[in-house]
Design a protein around this ligand. Structure first.
Ligand code: E4P
Length: 224
C-alpha cells in the first residue's frame, strides 16, 4: 500500500519524509493556495524534497477539455526528467473525462479526482485514468464514503482494471484505518490525520517509564 501526504506545506513534507516512508505528495488548487507561495515556486520546492521514486500529483484548474489538456502538458513539463512520477490531477467533470482520454494519448500520467461516486471513478478508469481519487470524507455527506470507495475497488478488481485508487479527503484516522484494512492501494492523508495515525500519548508515557526505571537503576538514560 502507498502512503501519500496531502499537503503543499514543504516543512511538513520534509518532516514526515524524515520519519515515515512516503510514496509521494498530492496537492490541489486549494492546498497550493494555502502554501501562500507562487505555484511554480511551491511545486519546485516540493520536487526538491522528493526523491526519484516519490510521486507528485498536481491538479489542473481549467474546466474545458482543451484548456485542461494545455495545463496537463504544462504540469507534466515541470518534471519532464521523471514523467513516471508526475501525475496530473483532473476532476471528473464531463470535460475532465474527455480531457483524460486526450491527456493519456500524450503519455502523461493522470489521476482522476473529485470523485464522489464509485460510478464516476469507474468511468474515469474506463477513460484511461491511471489513478482515481475518491473523496472519502466528502462522500460521507451523500452516503458512506468508505463503503463507496470499497465498492469502487471491487468494481476495478472484478473487471481486472489496473487503475490505482488513491483514496483522498480524509478527516479522521478511522476512515483511513477501514480502507487499509480492506486492501486499498493508496491513501493520501493530510498532516493532522497522519499525526494522529503516528502518535499515541500512551506510547510517550511508556517510553518515559522505561527511561525513569533505567535511570533509577543505572543512573543514565541510555543502554550503555
Ligand atoms: C487530494 O489531493 C484531494 O484533493 C484532497 O484530499 C481533498 O481533501 P479535502 O476534502 O479535505 O479538501
Amino acid at each position: 500500500m502507498e502512503l501519500i501526504l496531502d499537503t503543499a506545506d514543504t516543512q511538513a513534507i520534509a518532516y514526515f519524509n524524515e520519519y515515515l516512508t512516503l510514496d509521494g505528495v498530492t496537492t490541489n488548487p486549494s492546498i497550493i493556495t494555502k502554501s501562500g507561495k507562487d505555484f511554480n515556486v511551491v511545486v519546485n520546492e516540493i520536487l526538491a524534497i522528493l526523491n526519484d521514486e516519490q510521486d507528485l500529483y498536481v491538479q489542473v484548474l481549467s474546466t474545458t477539455c482543451a484548456d485542461i489538456v494545455e495545463e496537463a502538458k504544462y504540469i507534466a513539463s515541470l518534471r519532464k526528467d521523471n514523467p513516471e512520477r508526475m501525475y496530473v490531477k483532473v476532476p471528473v467533470s464531463n470535460e475532465g473525462l474527455k480531457a483524460i482520454k486526450e491527456i493519456k494519448k500524450l503519455g502523461i500520467k493522470v489521476l482522476a479526482t473529485a470523485i464522489y461516486t464509485a460510478e464516476q471513478g469507474f468511468l474515469a478508469a474506463l477513460s484511461g485514468a491511471d489513478a482515481l481519487a475518491p473523496y472519502v470524507n466528502r462522500m460521507c455527506n451523500f452516503g458512506d464514503g468508505v463503503a463507496n470507495t470499497i465498492a469502487l475497488q471491487n468494481m476495478l478488481d472484478i473487471n481486472m482494471m489496473e487503475a490505482k485508487i488513491v483514496a483522498a479527503s480524509f478527516k479522521n484516522t478511522d476512515q483511513v484505518h477501514k480502507l487499509i484494512e480492506n486492501g486499498i492501494q493508496a491513501v493520501t492523508v493530510p498532516t493532522d490525520v497522519l499525526t494522529n495515525m503516528m502518535n499515541h500519548p500512551a506510547t510517550d508515557t511508556a517510553v518515559d517509564a522505561f527511561t525513569a526505571d533505567w535511570k533509577k537503576a543505572y543512573g543514565r538514560t541510555s543502554l550503555v
